[in-house]
Each structure stands twice: as C-alpha cells, then as structure tokens.
Design a protein around this ligand. Structure first.
Ligand SMILES: NC(=O)c1ccc[n+]([C@@H]2O[C@H](COP(=O)([O-])OP(=O)(O)OC[C@H]3O[C@@H](n4cnc5c(N)ncnc54)[C@H](O)[C@@H]3O)[C@@H](O)[C@H]2O)c1
Length: 308
C-alpha cells in the first residue's frame, strides 16, 4: 500500500469544475459538497433526505449549488440529476457515486423468518444505484472529453464483514464496477477510482461508535473521507504533472482505503502481489487470458464469436 498525502495546492484545479454527487445531504457526501463548493466548483447533488439536502443548498446559495431529490435506485431520478447539472452549468467534469445505506438486521441470521422475503434495499441503493450513476456519469464525462468518476465502496468492499452480508456484497460490487469499467474508459480520459472508508463518524455507524472509541481504533471524520474523494478528483488535473505525494499518475483504477484520517492506495499492491496469492503459474496464464479478453477483437457476444 502507498500512503497518499493530500496536496492542498491542487484544490485550485477544482475551480469552475462541475460536480454531480449522490447522497450529498449528510455525512461524507455533505462534507464533500462543502469542500467542492469552497474550492470554486459548481455542484448538483441528490439525496432522498430532502430536508437536510435543501437546507445545505440554501446554506451554499443558488449560484454554484443545487439540490434535487434523487433516489439512486430510480434511473429516471438519476437522469434528472445529471440533466439538472447540464441545464445549470453546461457540462459535467466530476461524478461521485456516494449514496449508501445499511440495514442492521441480517436476513441470514438464524432467527430470521425465511418465509418473509428479505429486503434487497442495500443491493439496490449501494450497487444498482452506483451502477446507474456510473453509467449515466460516464456518458456525461464522455460528452466533454473525459473527467473523474469516484465511487464510495467500503472496508466491506474487500474484507469479511460478518452480519452485513448484503451490504458486503453490494460494496464488493462497487469495486467490481470499477474493475469492469476502468480499462474501457481510460482511453477516453475518464478516470474511475473507488474510496473504501473504514469507520467514519456518521449516522451510519452510531451503533458501534462507543465500542470503537473504547478500543481506541482509528476513526475518520466525514471530512477525511471527503478529502480522499477530492484526492481522486484533483490528482490528474494539474497542467504541470504535479500530483499528491504518493499518487501514481494517471490515478485511475485505484482503491483508496481511508483509515484514521489517512488515505492509502491498495489496488496496485493487490495486482503486483498476484503471483504470490494466486501462484506464479496461475498468474502467468491469467495474464494471457486477460490480454485475450481485453483485445478489441474479442467479444462476449456469442452471435459475433468466430470460434463458436
Ligand atoms: N460511515 C462509515 O463508516 C462508512 C464506511 C464505509 C463506507 N461508507 C459509505 O459512505 C457513503 C456515505 O455514507 P455516510 O457514512 O456518509 O452515511 P450517511 O448516512 O450520513 O450518508 C449517506 C447518504 O446517502 C443517502 N441515501 C441513502 N439512500 C439513498 C438513495 N436511495 N438515494 C439517494 N441517497 C440516498 C442518505 O440519505 C444519506 O444522506 C455510503 O456509501 C456508505 O456506505 C461509510
């Protein structure tokens, strides 16, 4: 892993940029909305929490900030969110898929009644919602010749998280969106990155906050995670090749683990160490297979496949 130290001088690259963000009414998203706005960006943010969302927009003033109701599970809500940014500011430069939620009652627990269909809300909001944002966002970034897509996954995106089965699946899926999309869009200068916060003091973790503090475990403030989102939004934007200390350019296809207020890039190490955890021979042939699959001549479409 590599510690990435945020360089505040890169904040100036956000001036006059247009940001679309989901889940901006509270917590990490709210902190990110503040930071983008303070640094000269225009922002259109959505949330299902209309009260706090509208109140934040009022606080920021109507010049460079707008809130609209957007349930990320609704494709039409998401289309309207992006259309609003285009209508108000003419384009989109940065997209942040941040909306998320968790349901504390695990439908896999021994006392759960299997005759009652479990809620799939975590999958719908955290995974389907992020996929909608990524899909529409990529199309908008493409219109203006590139930009940044940042998605909020979690520690649950790459670790076991007992008792949070659907949440863990959904957050693994967010990393899956990045790994599925990144190489396809990097030639168009669209950078896809993922943030994986560890414990962050927001409404979502109220239940564990006390025990966490007693164990003296590292915790993030929402602003720390927002800064990681801004790290990905600014790392590639300097005209003179300057970036955050520790970042490898282009910062794209990366995972930033955020713990105790610090950001660490972990995807490069995961890929680099593959021969160790997968075995050297498996890793060697996998690379050949991957090259074949990523060749522009190769298609998953069976109707086009020449060898079937
Ligand atoms: N707090 C943590 O420790 C932690 C750790 C890892 C990942 N995360 C992730 O960070 C992101 C932000 O969470 P947070 O900690 O700031 O919690 P939060 O509850 O303060 O913020 C989440 C926001 O998403 C909104 N939201 C929920 N469902 C939505 C929907 N269907 N459409 C639009 N908006 C919706 C909520 O209203 C809220 O404003 C989430 O994706 C969460 O999974 C949080």
């Amino acid at each position: 892993m590599t510690h990435i130290e945020f360089d505040p001088s890169l904040l100036e690259t956000l001036k006059d940029k247009v940001v679309v963000l989901t889940g901006g009414a509270t917590g990490i998203g709210r902190a990110a909305v503040h930071l983008y706005h303070e640094n000269g960006a225009s922002i259109v943010f959505g949330d299902v929490a209309d009260g706090p969302g509208q109140q934040l927009a009022n606080e920021l003033g109507s010049q460079r900030a707008a809130f609209i109701h957007c349930d990320t599970t609704s494709y039409s809500d998401q289309l309207a969110l992006f259309a609003k940014a285009k209508e108000l500011y003419g384009r989109v430069d940065i997209v942040v898929a941040n909306a998320g939620m968790s349901i504390p009652q695990d439908p896999f627990s021994a006392d759960a009644d299997i005759n009652i269909e479990p809620s799939t809300r975590e999958l719908d909001v955290n995974l389907k919602g992020a996929m909608f944002t990524a899909r529409i966002g990529t199309a908008y970034l493409r219109q203006k010749g590139g930009g940044d897509l940042i998605m909020t996954s979690s520690i649950a995106g790459f670790k076991e998280c007992t008792g949070l089965t659907a949440y863990t699946a959904s957050k693994h899926g967010v990393i899956g969106i990045m790994r599925g999309l990144h190489l396809a869009v990097i030639p168009e200068d669209i950078r896809v990155n993922v943030i994986c916060p560890w414990m962050t003091k927001t409404a979502m973790v109220k239940g564990i906050e006390k025990g966490w503090a007693e164990l003296k475990l590292p915790a993030n403030e929402p602003q720390d995670v927002a800064l990681a989102i801004l790290t990905c939004s600014t790392a590639n934007r300097s005209q003179n090749g300057k970036t955050h200390k520790g970042a490898v350019l282009p910062l794209a296809g990366k995972i930033l683990f955020v713990a105790g207020g610090k950001s660490y890039e972990i995807e490069d190490a995961l890929q680099r160490l593959e021969p160790q955890w997968l075995g050297a021979e498996n890793s060697r042939v996998l690379e050949i297979g991957q090259d074949y699959l990523m060749n522009s001549e190769t298609s998953w479409d069976t109707t086009k496949s020449s060898n079937l």
